[in-house]
Write a protein that binds this ligand. Structure first.
Ligand SMILES: Cc1cc2nc3c(=O)[nH]c(=O)nc-3n(C[C@H](O)[C@H](O)[C@H](O)COP(=O)(O)OP(=O)(O)OC[C@H]3O[C@@H](n4cnc5c(N)ncnc54)[C@H](O)[C@@H]3O)c2cc1C
Length: 464
């Protein structure tokens, strides 16, 4: 084992962020692995080819550990999918914004010369039916009370209660309630009546990532994954929904719904928490009662994005998001600092509203949002300038079934550690829902879980 490799392994085991620690070896993206760093001649199976599964494979490849990824669908990327023909920039159908600069994912993107554009926070709030920026609402006491409530999320303590219950106690006026729906419940992938306030406070206080927001420009996630992880993608078995994992013997045996069997020494499960909770995968031995109880306190609600393309921008060339009281809690100006035209509004709709809209035809959803935008901006400006719309309903994706994980009432950060805990040195867990750094429900959070799980595997493989 050469010195560089030794240093890498030490750093891996110490939990040092790989992407920052050992650039040349880690960033190389050769097909061949750099050679086995361990006496281990076996194979790690990874269930799920979302960013956490792919990044796990990537890191294992860097340390010469063989792996295979088993993916239910016919696509890589999971909740990172791109539609490139809608406008002059690619539409990210799922995860889009890169949050904060203190993450290994952010460093990784920079190291790969991915061009990022920072998105300025210039939010518009529909108050009394009128679009207004926060600095025009300084004299509006009810809006200020909502803003103070949001500022104070990190200070919640005591018995866990829903955000809604806290809102009621704080006496927030119904006139500005949608501001809290959009900026909290919907943002966290659900609605305020289900979202646990202590889980939110814990996440805010634990996360060290920062709050800057960036988007990829001149490329997109699908392209990025295809290029950077090309040698990992070659190791994906597609169209193989895993139905059982038997880790009772010396080897792990995985069976998909078609009866195909995959054998390995260890398995990393990266499927969305919805799939685990729905019991799609039978584990032998069963998951511990403690793990199952922890899973029950993590939610994953319906979620969708609706993309609306117009001939002109009528919501403000510099507006980053519009928070409204109607069917869509937040409209994101996806083209801001990204395309030349900046004329796409993307509605992010999670929780109850996504459930309700999900029962409608795509065209009916689009028409409803256009009508609501006409009401907000007046003069039928939305319908007159509307070109086309596109709906991405993540709830209908058979192997995703929702947006992203959130803390239910009664869900504390320790629960995610329990879900993440390995069993029998053979069964490991990664994926956004297992993030214990307060970064669940995000791309960089999913990447962090890949780093954690590779550290766990390295700890099992040592001493070499
Ligand atoms: C609408 C939306 C907007 C978002 N916006 C942002 C954002 O702006 N910024 C941000 O940071 N994050 C955002 N996210 C969250 C982010 O996209 C996810 O946290 C991240 O992509 C999850 O990665 P993952 O690898 O953990 O899971 P996934 O991407 O879900 O990957 C899991 C994989 O497992 C596969 N699978 C499921 N069941 C099985 C089975 N039985 N057998 C085999 N394979 C299986 C799935 O097909 C999938 O490919 C958003 C998500 C959504 C849906």
């Amino acid at each position: 084992m050469n010195l560089k490799r030794r240093e890498l392994l030490k750093k891996l085991a110490a939990g040092v962020t790989l992407t920052v620690a050992v650039p040349s070896i880690i960033y190389s993206c050769k097909d061949e692995s750099p050679g086995n760093a361990f006496a281990f001649e076996g194979k790690v199976l990874i269930v799920g080819a979302g960013i956490s599964g792919i990044y796990t494979g990537y890191l294992l490849q860097q340390i010469g550990v063989d792996f295979k990824i088993i993916e239910a669908s016919d696509k890589f990327g999971g909740r990172l999918q791109t539609e490139s023909k809608f406008d002059d920039f690619p539409m990210e159908l799922g995860g889009d914004e890169i949050i904060g600069i203190n993450s290994s994912f952010y460093d990784f993107l920079l190291s790969k010369s991915v061009k990022l554009a920072e998105v300025p926070t210039s939010e518009s709030f529909i108050i009394d039916g009128i679009p207004q920026f926060a600095n025009n609402l300084l004299e509006d006491n009810e809006f200020q009370a909502a803003a103070t409530f949001i500022e104070g999320l990190k200070d919640f303590s005591g018995i866990d209660q829903s955000i809604d219950a806290r809102v009621t106690q704080a006496g927030i006026s119904t006139r500005v309630m949608h501001v809290i729906d959009g900026k909290i419940g919907n943002h966290y992938g659900t609605t305020n009546d289900k979202l646990g306030s202590l889980g939110v406070a814990g996440a805010i206080n634990t996360s060290e990532t920062g709050s800057e927001v960036f988007r990829i420009v001149g490329s997109d996630y699908t392209n990025f994954i295809k290029i950077i992880f090309s040698s990992v993608i070659k190791k994906i078995e597609f169209d193989a929904p895993v139905s059982s994992i038997n880790y009772s013997g010396e080897m792990v045996e995985i069976t998909d719904i078609g009866g195909n069997v995959f054998t390995g020494d260890m398995v990393v499960v990266t499927v969305p928490v919805s799939i685990l909770k729905d019991g799609d995968i039978t584990f032998t031995p069963s998951l511990s009662a403690e793990k199952q109880a922890a899973l029950s306190t993590i939610g994953m609600d319906p979620g969708m994005k609706v993309f609306l393309r117009f001939t002109k921008n009528f919501w403000g060339e510099t507006t980053s998001s519009v928070f409204a009281a109607g069917s869509a809690p937040e409209y994101i100006s996806s083209g801001l600092n990204r395309g030349d035209r900046n004329r796409v509004l993307t509605a992010l709709i999670n929780g109850e509203k996504a459930l309700t809209l999900g029962e409608m035809e795509d065209n009916a959803i689009i028409s409803l949002l256009i009508r609501e935008l006409d009401e907000i901006y007046g003069g039928a400006v939305a319908s007159v300038n509307f070109i086309e719309g596109m709906v991405k309903n993540w709830t209908k994706e058979p192997y995703i079934r929702g947006a992203y994980s959130f803390p239910n009432v009664g869900s504390l950060s320790g629960n995610r550690s329990i879900i993440a805990q390995p069993a029998s040195n053979k069964l490991f867990f990664a994926g956004e829902a297992t993030n214990v750094n307060g970064n669940f429900g995000t791309i960089h959070g999913a990447v962090e879980t890949a780093e954690r799980v590779v550290n766990e595997i390295v700890a099992v493989l040592e001493p070499a």
